[in-house]
Each structure stands twice: as structure tokens, then as C-alpha cells.
Design a protein around this ligand. Structure first.
Ligand code: ADP
Ligand code: MG
Length: 642
């Protein structure tokens, strides 16, 4: 975070802390307190929605679990605050693990439905388990007692404020650590995450559990804040409001979550008061008009794109003044607002404001100065390379898709410290072979031995961690993350610190993070991308994206590196650079399997070449011999000439 944003955030928080001093009206104090409670929940929900890219309509249910853990513990056992807060967090986090189970199987609309069912079941359970929850009657809880004194409305406000700031710091630290990068990587490319040793399975569960923990804390505070809880609160409408708030405020921003929380609380009230609604609708129309004019002048958007939102907000303002009573129209206006946000504010209000004023997302700038020395760790693999022998042996590999034998009885022997070419016409099974070697597909038959262990049947992330790294034929970067962060995902295995280390910024975490930045910068420099460290991967030119994938793969400290058509789409100078880089990688003792269509690259680099055609190995040997082989010439003339 740069200094300006930090100052702005501190001023904002100070103002928030001073609210009870600015007004004597406890109604407003309570309202702002509720906004902060929802903000805590939204920080957590954003981990799931904004970072891992999953949908959850189960968070009102989790919120309810938090509230009822507090309510029941107080009612049945008279437990004190310092027991109730951790208990609510822990119990809700456990429910979060349950909610994660469907997310491991389904995504998108299906996940939305399953999580919605989860929320509904929780509400029904609260309603029916009267022996524990008193059912529809609800539970009454007084404000908590701290140091022998019952908190006043103001005292409780400051407690909420303190916990909100604490949550803010913890969430921010988690999201900026290796954990946050793992979450974001899931969204960018699940396949690549797994192949970088970041288990999609495990981090999806983590994300839901952590997210649920925050929902639990929020639920617990809500119970104390309202002093009465009943099942009706935790309904469908609330869960949709939560999701809307994250999207409307702006995902992947903490200020967006706070803004979203304010919307949840204020929107329903706004739609109750006609005078207020008129004022807001009119200001919105003016804002939209001014914003539109600035936007068009700065060439961020076109007059055509702005026409509908500007006319729309003006029509809304006109409508507001025409209305006599608002009650009948509440839901329709609400629905229209949702539509508007989904169509026109995909990055939320915070994202829109940033785009309007050209504010870049705050990022830490990195330069060559951050670079450490030994980016590629050589020791282990270089020694091994000298020992010679086979690093990988695949025997009798058969990969069948329905009736198609994509790979048919192929043997591969990869010598340590060599570059082994894998060539063949399009569709001959080269990429499939790579997917089999990295655990993306389990072969129908055959055995694969890598460094003395079998690969078949193990998960991609496990295989990756045992020393096989790869790039992808169609680039699989984590698009919204910077080049450096992409490489840091590859360095995930160098972290031992857990969530406590991350939250407290212990020396262990700081040391590991510093080293990850140094090694990351070193690896970027190795492929010539050090200047672009802070650029989002999706904004890099295609050739650079391919190089970035190589740097990310090297971060795994692999013994074996699989490159799937690394030169595809590269310009001639880029290809030259690539050849140099691949040679350097081999010189570091890393064994390489290279799939490539550019014959000059294959001939110049490879020690051995295997040729596939229709899933079968038709030739193998030194590049010159293979090139002269009749079967090979025929296969290429029959297919595409490379
Ligand atoms: P190459 O990389 O050599 O161009 P591939 O390994 O991508 O070829 O594909 C080999 C064959 O396997 C192709 O006919 C392709 O259509 C088929 N194939 C690859 N993956 C799948 C899959 N997941 N399901 C069905 N067929 C597949
Ligand atoms: Mg391919």
C-alpha cells in the first residue's frame, strides 16, 4: 500500500471510530455498527467470491450459525464474551468446511444452487431444533460484559470497530500472503495451480473455512448488537444482498466491502423514505452525467456506452419525483438497481471510481534491486545429472478417450540432464503425453517411474511438488496477478508459515516472503522479464507470457521441465532468446522434455528426439537420424509440414 492510500484509510477509520462522538442519536450509532458487522462478513465472502472465483449463496446460513452459536452458548451456559467469540468463529469455520464440499465437485450455477440449499437447510434447522435454539421464538441476549461491566451501546460500538479493524488487517495480510496468491491462482487457472503444487482441492476448502470464520465473527457480533435473534433474519434475501454487496462494492477491495456493507444497511431504508430516495436519485443522475462527460473526455468510454446509464439514471430521478408513494415500488426499484450494477459496474463502485480517475490498484513496485542471487536452485539436480541414468521411464502408456487411442503403447526413457524432444504432427498425442506425465490424465494402462517413484494415480500437485514442472500449449497464466505474483505462486512450496504466521507477520513469514520476492525477481530476470514484474500477466505480449510461464515453472525447483510448444507464436528474435534460455536451463542440471514444431529449435537443442504419429512412437534417436527417417518424413508429409 502506498502512503496516500494508507493516510486515506487511516483518516476514514478515525472518522468511523468517532461516529458515537459526533451524534447523540443511538439509532445512527447502531446503524453504523451494523455496517461494520456486515463488513466483517463481506471481507470473508470476498475471499471466496472475489479471489477464488466461487459463488456462495450460503453465507447468510453461516452468519446464522455464528449468531446461534453465540445465542445458545449464552442462553444455555451463560458463557462470557471471550469464550463466545472464538467459539462462534470455530463452529462456523467447521460449517464452512461442509459448505466447501460441493465446491470441490461443481462450479458456477450448480454451486450457486447447492450453496443456496445449504443456507436454506441451516435456516430450517435453526427453526426446528427448538431444544437448542428455541425455534421461531428466538433467543434474547444482553450486551456483553467486559471486565465486569456491561457494555453500553457506545462501548459495544467500539468493540465492533476494534474487531472490524482487526479483521481488516488479518484479511489484508492473508490476501497478500502466499495463501491469498493461492486463492487467486485458483480463479486464474485451476489446472496451472495444481501443476504449480498448489492443490486446488485444499485451497478451496481453506478459502471456505477462513471465509466462514469471518461470517461466524460477524454473526456473533450481530447477535449482541440486536440483542435478539430469530431464524427469519438468515433468509434468502440476506444471502442475495451479501453477494450483491460484494459485487456492487467491488470485489478484491476492502473499501469495496465496507461500501457494500453500507449498501446492505442503507438501501432498504432508502427505499422506505420517498424524500431521501428523490434526493439520492437526483444526485445519482447528476453524478452519472458528470462522470460520463469526464469519462468520454478522457476517452475511457464512448458516448454510446454512456448513453443508457445516463438516460437511465435521469429517468430514475424523473420517476422518483413523479412517484406519490414508494412502498409498492420498492422491490422493482431494487431489482432494477441489481440489473444496472450487473451490466454497467462489473468492477463495482470502487473499480468504477478507479477507472474514472486512472487510479491503479495499489501495488508495491519491484525492481532489480529486490533480486537475490541464486534464482534457480541448482545443487540437487546438477549433482543428479552427473550421475546419469534415466530420470523418467514411461512404459506401455495407453491413453484412451472413448474409442480413440490418443496414446498407444508408448515407451519413453528420459536421460538425466538432457533435452528430450517430442515431435509429431498435430493431434499425434504429444500434449496428451504431457498431461499423463503431470497427472492431469490417469493413463488407461502403463507405468511411469519418476526419480524412483510411480507417478500414476497421484494428484497433479503432488507430482509437481516431487519435481515435474510444466508449461502449457495454450498459455495458462494467472491473468489478474502480476508477473512477479505468478512466479511467486510457483514458489508456494518454499513457504512453511501458516495462517497464524501470516496474520501476525512473524519473522518466519517475513523471511519467507522476502526470499520469495528475491527469488521471484531473480527468475524473472533469468527470462528477461524483470522490468515487467509488476505488470498484470494478461497485459503482457504473447511472447512474454510464454517466457513468464517458464519462469513460473522454474520456481518449483523442478528436476524435470516439460515445455509444450514454447516457441509457438513467437517472433524470430524471441525464438533465439528462448533457445538461449532453454540451454541455460539444461546447464543448470534440469532435464527438459520439449514439444516443438519449429524444426530448427528441435534440431539445435535436443539430445534425443521421439516422434509420435497417431498416438504411436514411430521413431527415436539423434535429431539428424530422426530427420532422415522415412517414416517420419511420411508422417509429416501426410499431416502438416512443420
Ligand atoms: P498434439 O498435442 O500432439 O497436437 P493432443 O495430445 O492434443 O495432440 O491430442 C491427441 C488426440 O487426443 C487428438 O485427437 C485429441 O482430439 C485427443 N484428445 C486430447 N485430449 C482429449 C480429451 N480430453 N478428450 C477426448 N479426446 C482428447
Ligand atoms: Mg499439443
Amino acid at each position: 500500500m502506498n502512503r496516500k492510500t494508507l493516510v486515506a484509510a487511516l483518516v476514514g477509520l478515525a472518522l468511523l471510530a468517532a461516529v458515537p462522538l459526533m451524534t447523540s442519536n443511538s439509532y445512527y450509532v447502531h446503524m453504523v455498527g451494523t455496517i461494520m458487522i456486515y463488513a466483517i462478513l463481506l471481507y470473508g465472502l470476498d475471499i471466496v467470491v472475489g479471489y477464488t472465483g466461487q459463488v456462495s449463496l450460503g453465507h447468510a446460513g453461516l452468519f446464522g450459525v455464528g449468531s446461534y452459536t453465540a445465542g445458545v452458548l449464552f442462553m444455555k451456559l451463560g458463557a462470557p464474551l471471550w469464550v463466545i467469540i472464538p467459539a462462534s468463529i470455530a463452529v462456523t469455520a467447521a460449517f464452512g468446511a461442509l459448505l466447501a464440499l460441493p465446491a470441490l465437485r461443481v462450479t458456477g450455477p450448480y454451486l450457486a444452487m447447492v450453496t443456496l440449499a445449504f443456507g436454506t437447510i441451516i435456516q430450517i434447522l435453526i427453526n426446528e431444533m427448538t431444544f437448542l435454539t428455541e425455534g421461531p421464538l428466538g433467543i434474547t441476549i444482553p450486551k456483553p460484559t467486559v471486565f465486569g461491566e456491561k457494555l453500553t451501546e457506545h462501548g459495544f460500538y467500539w468493540l465492533t470497530f476494534g474487531l472490524m479493524v482487526l479483521s481488516l488487517v488479518v484479511v489484508d495480510r492473508i490476501l497478500k500472503s502466499q495463501l491469498g496468491r493461492a486463492f487467486e491462482a485458483l480463479r486464474g487457472s485451476p489446472v496451472a495451480s495444481d501443476c504449480m503444487g498448489v492443490s486446488v482441492y485444499r485451497y478451496k476448502v481453506y478459502a471456505f473455512v477462513i471465509s466462514a470464520g469471518f461470517a461466524g465473527l460477524a454473526g456473533c457480533l450481530y447477535a449482541y448488537s440486536e440483542q435478539y435473534i430469530s431464524p427469519n433474519t438468515y433468509n434468502f434475501e440476506l444471502t442475495v444482498l451479501f453477494l450483491l454487496a460484494v459485487i456492487m462494492g467491488g470485489r478484491k477491495t476492502r473499501s469495496g466491502a465496507l461500501l457494500g456493507a453500507a449498501i446492505i444497511v442503507i438501501l432498504p431504508k432508502l427505499l422506505d423514505d420517498l424524500e431521501l430516495f428523490r434526493i439520492v436519485a437526483a444526485s445519482l443522475a447528476v453524478l452519472m452525467l458528470v462522470g460520463g462527460i469526464i469519462g468520454v473526455a478522457k476517452k475511457i468510454t464512448t458516448p454510446r456506452a454512456m448513453a443508457i446509464p445516463v438516460v437511465g439514471t435521469m429517468a430514475l430521478a424523473g420517476f422518483a419525483f413523479w412517484l406519490q408513494s414508494i412502498t409498492d415500488w420498492r422491490l422493482s426499484i431494487f431489482g432494477l438497481m441489481i440489473l444496472f450494477v450487473v451490466y454497467y459496474l462489473q468492477n463495482g463502485i470502487v473499480g468504477f471510481v478507479r477507472a474514472l480517475f486512472h487510479v491503479r490498484k495499489p501495488v508495491v513496485r519491484h525492481s532489480q534491486a529486490d533480486m537475490g542471487k541464486d534464482a534457480i536452485s541448482v545443487a540437487a539436480s546438477a549433482q543428479a545429472a552427473e550421475q546419469g541414468g534415466n530420470l523418467l521411464t514411461a512404459q506401455g502408456i495407453l491413453m484412451q478417450f472413448g474409442g480413440l487411442k490418443a496414446i498407444n503403447q508408448v515407451d519413453l526413457h528420459i536421460k538425466r540432464g538432457t533435452i528430450h524432444g517430442l515431435i509429431g504432427p498435430n493431434g499425434s498425442g504429444k500434449s496428451t503425453m504431457m498431461n499423463v506425465l503431470t497427472g492431469i490424465y490417469v493413463p488407461t494402462a502403463g507405468s511411469i517411474d519418476f526419480a524412483g517413484r510411480s507417478v500414476v494415480g497421484r494428484t497433479s500437485s503432488d507430482i509437481a511438488l516431487s519435481g515435474i514442472a510444466r508449461t502449457f500449449q495454450n498459455v495458462q497464466l494467472f491473468g489478474e496477478m502480476t508477473a512477479l505474483q505468478n512466479v511467486q505462486v510457483g514458489l508456494h512450496h518454499t513457504f512453511d508459515s501458516n495462517i497464524v504466521d501470516v496474520a501476525l507477520h512473524t519473522p518466519r513469514y517475513k523471511r519467507e516472503e522476502t526470499s520469495a520476492i528475491q527469488r521471484g525477481m531473480g527468475l524473472l530476470a533469468f527470462v528477461g522479464l524483470a522490468d515487467l514484474a509488476d505488470e498484470e500477466a494478461r497485459n503482457l505480449p504473447y511472447g512474454k507470457q510464454r517466457l513468464l510461464e517458464i519462469a513460473r515453472a522454474l520456481a518449483l525447483d523442478p528436476q524435470l521441465l516439460l515445455l509444450d510448444e514454447p516457441a509457438a507464436g513467437l517472433t524470430a528474435p524471441d525464438i533465439k532468446e528462448l533457445i538461449t534460455i532453454i540451454r541455460k536451463i539444461r546447464d543448470h542440471g534440469i532435464t527438459v522434455i520439449l514439444i516443438e514444431h519449429h524444426m530448427d529449435v528441435v534440431m539445435g537443442l535436443c539430445d534425443t528426439v521421439s516422434v509420435l504419429d497417431f498416438g504411436q512412437k514411430i521413431a527415436e534417436g539423434k535429431p539428424v537420424d530422426v530427420q532422415a527417417d522415412e517414416k517420419v518424413i511420411e508422417a509429416y508429409l501426410g499431416g502438416t509440414v512443420a
